[in-house]
Design a protein around this ligand. Structure first.
Ligand code: SF4
Length: 553
């Protein structure tokens, strides 16, 4: 492994004025002598659950008339914490969740921390992709996450530490972190940069500096802030067996790939530089190596029509070489700093109208398999950048409403997650849905409620006997590619109030997967463990075994 000394980093103590300003806005308020009134305020807020902005504002207004200052939600949370610490109130994890500023962020059971790599060119020449020299390829300077990264000078340590600190201050438990590394094509960055970047993220999670990546990873296994998932984004034509080994050394568990289109003609017209077979080949290798696959797909590319898009979307799921586990649908946005802009100026390209986009989204959504999570629809770009075409950011909801009006509903994982709904083990049924890919049989095990809400799921992948394995030491192994149990994130050691994460659902899913693999004739089972989930799998009989954790069946 190469030297890490070539790269500078910014210690977290030198975080720029952004953080100072952020902290100033969220200063603690003095509560001495007014504890009883603050207790009343918090009790009043908790009675108004779910705490919408309107209810919050009304309650706060009533208490300002009684002499309290107007508090931001993060300040209320801080007051609540201090009242509990001083014995004026009993701590209740549900109350804390109710008072959190942005509860959705951690509903899927882990806290996502997004970091961006430094500005760097990408080997791709896609005509729809914006170029902003201040950013890694495809990102715009004024996207929310990009602005934050720029403030931290793209330093991985500062970005990770700053984000953890910010989330911690608004009351989000940050002991289980999924690290999402964004920026152009990860595989095109020098490997010494990649290694340094990941090591610095681990240093920030560990709160202590290590000499090497391996040392930082070893520290994280039992750290207070564990890395429970590591995601990178790259191109399909960079996926090779050797690249997959490298990803594993870094600790990667999920790979984001721009599918963009499953039509060779559209791919060529948009100068993607690869064909659909390249996507199938990459997905096969990724699946056989146990990675979770997060695809991006783009309707309204140059050469596509609403009808061809809806048909393409169906092929994403009917073609056994495709079928990603998660999908972002990013309708093409016409941006002035992408080459597509010139096509539009020449009259060769037309962005869909808002009505066309909603129609395509609704007709696509309804085709989404139950085993897939539609993570995002519409890219989070300030719409001031959009030259022509749809400008509303809430098209997902509009498409959803259209489906409802037609008596239809999207059955993807995201639309069925239990979220904050209370669940008890007796209400849950374990179901298994099975589909074939070009190299594996995939079993999707899920715990669902009577009204079909998902409380947890597991992806069990059984490689076909004739599959050409990219990681030969996995021969004879079944593979657990993902275990996910929902519920608000609780800090380690806090008591559960019925959250799915804490009802042993993970254990039951893993045991069932083992039994299914055994019945299918496998002698061993592997799991693609993140560094910070090793201790969890160890409890389930798995041992670190090279790049994976494995167990006898
Ligand atoms: S590969 Fe991705 S980042 Fe690179 S040009 Fe194409 S869309 Fe942009």
């Amino acid at each position: 492994m190469s030297s890490l000394r070539d790269f500078e980093y910014i210690p977290v103590v030198e975080l720029d004025e952004y953080d100072a300003e952020w902290r100033a806005k969220r200063q603690s308020v003095p509560i001495d002598g007014r504890e009883a009134l603050y207790v009343e305020l918090i009790e009043a807020l908790l009675r108004k659950r779910p705490l919408t902005s309107k209810r919050y504002a009304r309650t706060m207004q009533a208490f300002t008339h009684r002499g309290l200052p107007w508090l931001a939600k993060s300040q209320v949370l801080d007051v609540y914490q201090r009242l509990c610490d001083q014995g004026h109130m009993a701590f209740d994890p549900e109350a804390r969740v109710a008072l959190q500023t942005k509860p959705v962020r951690s509903q899927a059971g882990v806290t996502v921390v997004t970091v961006l790599t430094k500005p760097y060119p990408c080997p791709g020449e896609c005509i729809f992709c914006p170029t902003d020299v201040r950013m890694p390829k495809s990102y715009l300077h004024d996207e929310p996450g990009a602005q934050r990264a720029e403030r931290y000078k793209f330093d991985p340590y500062a970005q990770t530490a700053g984000r953890i600190q910010a989330l911690d201050q608004i009351g989000h438990p940050v002991d289980k972190i999924e690290l999402l590394i964004l920026g152009g094509t990860w595989s095109s960055y020098r490997r010494d940069y990649q290694e340094w970047f990941v090591k610095r993220c681990f240093d920030a999670m560990n709160g202590v500096e290590s000499a090497t990546l391996a040392e930082a990873q070893a520290r994280n296994v039992h750290a207070a802030r564990r890395n429970v998932g590591l995601v990178v984004e790259t191109r399909q034509d960079f996926i090779t067996p050797e690249e997959l080994r490298w990803f594993r050394q870094l600790g990667v568990t999920k790979v984001q790939i721009g599918i963009q289109s499953v039509d060779d003609r559209v791919l060529a017209l948009n100068r993607r530089g690869h064909d659909v077979q390249a996507t199938r080949d990459a997905f096969r290798l990724l699946r056989l190596a146990g990675y979770k696959i997060h695809g991006h797909w783009m309707p309204n590319l140059f050469g596509a029509t609403p009808e061809s898009d809806v048909a393409e979307y169906g092929r994403l799921w009917s073609d056994p070489g495709l079928h990603p586990d998660e999908l972002k649908i990013y309708p093409t946005m016409l941006l002035a700093n992408a080459e597509l802009y010139a096509y539009w100026q020449r009259g060769e390209y037309r962005p869909y109208t808002e009505e066309e986009v909603v129609d395509v989204l609704a007709r696509c959504k309804v085709q989404t398999p139950r085993t897939v999570r539609l993570t995002r629809i519409i890219r989070d770009i300030p719409t001031t950048n959009v030259v022509e075409g749809f400008k509303k950011a809430n098209l997902r909801q509009i498409a959803q409403q259209r489906l409802q009006a037609q008596g239809l509903r999207c059955q993807c994982i995201r639309c069925r997650e239990v979220r904050r709904q209370e669940v008890s083990p007796e209400d849950l049924t374990l179901t298994v849905e099975t589909y074939e890919t070009d190299a594996t049989t995939e079993h999707f095990l899920s715990f669902v409620t009577a009204d079909d809400r998902i409380a947890g799921f597991l992806r069990l992948s059984l490689p076909h006997a004739d599959a050409d394995l990219p990681i030969p030491e996995l021969a004879g192994h079944a593979m657990i590619r993902e275990v996910h149990v929902y519920g608000p994130v609780l800090g380690l050691g806090e008591e559960s109030q019925g959250e799915a994460q804490h009802m042993g659902l993970g254990t039951r899913l893993v045991e069932r997967a083992k039994a299914m693999a055994r019945e299918a004739g496998y002698g061993r089972i592997a799991v693609i463990s993140a560094i910070g989930t090793q201790a969890y799998y160890h409890k389930h009989g798995f041992e670190v075994d090279g790049l994976y954790m494995t167990a006898m069946l």
